[in-house]
Design a protein around this ligand. Structure first.
Ligand code: NAD
Ligand code: DAU
Length: 340
């Protein structure tokens, strides 16, 4: 039986990870630390909140005193850090909170790990730390050896955190690991991101705002496959190592948007080309050979099945996303897309 601290567990991937742990390791105790920012939603965790082996702490990972108190009480075996500001567009608008949470927050968690002792600190990172690949070189992929070369304040903050994690390993011997994953999709994805935004706008017959020409490529992975990979790395991955996670599922943004229109029986005339994102990364593509060879991980959900399950989930769970899009999200949407 292990005690696992999961930070950012009220967000998209963190919540799916908590459900994965509860299903696959019911003997473990899970302690979720989440500040409940605009992206965190306690209702997502409703069906685990009452479980004996689950505790929720509404806490900012930058709050050193509060974090130390939780570590002192729980004596965790493993800490897995999902907590982050995660949206590139918001980082372009206002970088500072990204630096606070993504860099300072990570250092506070690792200081707590040093103070109280830990079996493993796992940092959930992103393929965006490698920058982008050209659209006309489909033979190129990100490996763990690809140099860090970031584009946005978001990816720069994640890369900074990765460097700190590796520094804490080398300098203090902290037992760390890092995973760098490509774009996730699935249930509980916050509606500011491409796939849920397009599903919800299409359902409401609203314009579908595609940046630039819609030709940028992302490498999509169903969220449960990502959760399984993290679980493997944090338990069995080698200390001090980085593992890339991705499913060789590259698609242009416009292909995704067209597919959503088709599945929801909505006209493509809803598609509206808008001003491109500043510094927009062209293509991400992960080479997941290392995690496959060392830990036997392979993605299990084909995109055709995953997107079907995801669209179905949004159709059935309007009660989850409707309150979100009626709050701060309205102001954000107006600011981001109003004059685009
Ligand atoms: P998300 O924005 O949906 O959730 C982030 C969660 O972190 C929210 O619950 C929020 O309340 C919490 N949080 C934010 N600041 C906090 C703070 N200071 N203290 C405590 N909690 C705080 O993000 P996501 O998409 O689930 O991403 C989770 C992690 O995975 C991030 O580290 C992100 O960089 C990484 N990642 C995401 C993807 C993706 O496609 N979404 C891909 C690769 C890596
Ligand atoms: O690659 C992993 C990263 O994937 C994670 O580290 C980030 O946390 C996560 O947000 C995601 O970043 P992206 O910028 O790739 O995701 P997003 O959903 O914001 O955008 C996906 C693509 O769709 C991107 O090329 C921009 C485009 N896009 C996005 C939105 C929100 C549009 O064309 N229109 C939109 O309205």
């Amino acid at each position: 039986m292990k005690t696992i601290i999961v930070t950012g567990g009220a967000g998209f991937i963190g919540s799916n990870f908590i459900f994965y742990l509860m299903d696959h390791h019911p003997e473990d105790r899970v302690v979720c630390i989440d500040k409940l920012t605009y992206a965190g939603n306690l209702s997502t965790l409703a069906h685990v909140l009452e479980k004996d082996n689950f505790r929720f702490c509404k806490t900012d990972i930058c709050d050193r005193e509060a974090v130390y108190r939780i570590f002192d009480e729980e004596k965790p075996d493993i800490v897995v850090n999902f907590a982050a500001e995660s949206h590139v567009d918001r980082s372009i608008e206002n970088p500072s909170v990204f630096l606070e949470t993504n860099i300072i927050g990570t250092s506070v968690l690792m200081d707590a790990c040093r103070k109280y002792g830990i079996g493993r600190y796992h940092q959930v990172s992103t393929d965006e730390v490698y920058g982008d690949l050209p659209l006309d070189r489909p033979d190129l992929f990100f490996t763990e050896e690809t140099p860090i070369h970031t584009s946005s304040p978001y990816s720069s903050s994640k890369a900074s955190a990765d460097l700190l994690v590796l520094a804490y390993h080398r300098t203090y011997g902290l037992p760390v690991s890092i995973s760098r994953c490509s774009n996730n999709y699935g249930p509980y994805h916050f509606p500011e991101k491409l796939i849920p935004l397009m599903i919800i706008n299409a359902l409401n017959d609203r314009p579908l705002p595609v940046y630039g020409e819609g030709k940028n490529v992302r490498d999509w992975l169903y969220v449960e496959d990502h959760c399984k990979a993290i679980d493997l790395v944090m338990r069995n991955g080698r200390v001090g190592e980085v593992y890339n996670i991705g499913g060789h599922n590259e698609m242009q943004n416009i292909e995704i948007v067209r597919l959503i229109c088709k599945r929801l029986n909505k006209p493509e005339s809803l598609i509206t080309y808008v001003t491109d994102r500043k510094g927009h990364d062209l293509r991400y593509a992960i080479d997941p050979t290392k995690i496959h060879n060392e830990l036997g991980w392979l993605p299990e959900t084909k995109f055709a099945d995953g997107i079907e399950k995801t669209i179905d989930w949004y159709l059935k769970n309007e009660a989850w996303w409707q309150p979100i899009i009626s709050r701060e999200y309205q102001t954000y949407y107006e600011r981001m897309y109003g004059n685009r």
